[in-house]
Design a protein around this ligand. Structure first.
Ligand SMILES: C[S@@+](CC[C@H](N)C(=O)[O-])C[C@H]1O[C@@H](n2cnc3c(N)ncnc32)[C@H](O)[C@@H]1O
Length: 202
C-alpha cells in the first residue's frame, strides 16, 4: 500500500469511527433508536436481497436512522423508482436531509404509526407499494400498536408486495403470520447485535 492509499484508508476509518460514535451518542439520548451501531454491510446486503431491490419501484422505509440502509437502497433501486423514508429522531432526521438531493427520495420527520396519512401526503396510494422495509423496534410498540401498524403496512403493499423487517428478536414472527400470506426468516450474525431478517409476502 503506498502512502496515498494508506492516508485514504486511515481517513475512511476515522470517518467510520466518527459516525459510529455519533450514532452511539444518539442511542444514549434516545432509547427508541434501539441499536448501538448502524447496520453492518452484511445486514444491509441481506436486507436489500430480501427486498428484491432491483425490482422495487415504490419503497417505504421505516426508521432510516443515520441513513446506512437508505444510501444503499438509493444506490441499488431502479432509476425511475421512488423512496419515502421516515425517521422520528431529530438528530437523525437532520443528518438525513442531505440525501434529499436525490430526486427519487422523500423524507418525512415523524412517527410511522401515522403511515396511512404520511403515504397519502407523498402520493404512495394504498395497494401500490412494492416494498416496505423496517428497522424500527416493534418490541417497543404496544400489542395494539403493532397490530395497527401491520394492518396499515399490509394495506399499502400491492398483491405480492413485501414487508422486510430486520429485528433483534423473533417476537414479530407469529404476528407477521397473522397479517401476511407467507413469512421467510433469515439470520445475520455479522452485525452488532445479530439480527433476524423477516420477509413477509402480501
Ligand atoms: C435500529 S434503528 C434503524 C437502523 C438503520 N436503518 C440502519 O440501517 O442503521 C431504528 C430507527 O427507527 C427510528 N424509530 C423508532 N421508532 C420510530 C417510529 N415510531 N417512527 C419513526 N421512526 C422510528 C429510531 O429513531 C431509529 O433511528
Amino acid at each position: 500500500m503506498d502512502r496515498k492509499q494508506s492516508t485514504k484508508t486511515k481517513s475512511g476509518l476515522a470517518a467510520g469511527l466518527k459516525n459510529s460514535l455519533a450514532y452511539l451518542k444518539t442511542f444514549a439520548d434516545d432509547k427508541g433508536v434501539a441499536a448501538v451501531m448502524p447496520s453492518s454491510r452484511y445486514l444491509v446486503e441481506r436486507t436489500l436481497r430480501a427486498m428484491d431491490i432491483k425490482h422495487a419501484k415504490k419503497i417505504i422505509e421505516y426508521g432510516a436512522a443515520a441513513g446506512v440502509m437508505t444510501r444503499k437502497i438509493l444506490e441499488q433501486m431502479p432509476k425511475d423508482g421512488k423512496l419515502l423514508s421516515i425517521e422520528l429522531n431529530d438528530d437523525f432526521y437532520g443528518r438525513l436531509k442531505s440525501l434529499k438531493s436525490d430526486p427519487r427520495m422523500s423524507l418525512y420527520h415523524g412517527d410511522v404509526r401515522r403511515i396511512d396519512s404520511i403515504a397519502e401526503q407523498y402520493d404512495f396510494p394504498m395497494g401500490d407499494v412494492d416494498v416496505i422495509v423496517s428497522g424500527i423496534p416493534f418490541a417497543f410498540l404496544s400489542g395494539e400498536g403493532r397490530a395497527q401498524l401491520l394492518t396499515k403496512t399490509s394495506a399499502l403493499l400491492k398483491p405480492g408486495g413485501r414487508f422486510v423487517a430486520y429485528q433483534v428478536t423473533t417476537h414479530l414472527m407469529p404476528i407477521l403470520k397473522n397479517h401476511f400470506r407467507a413469512v421467510k426468516t433469515q439470520f445475520e450474525i455479522r452485525n452488532i447485535p445479530p439480527h433476524f431478517v423477516f420477509t413477509a409476502f402480501k
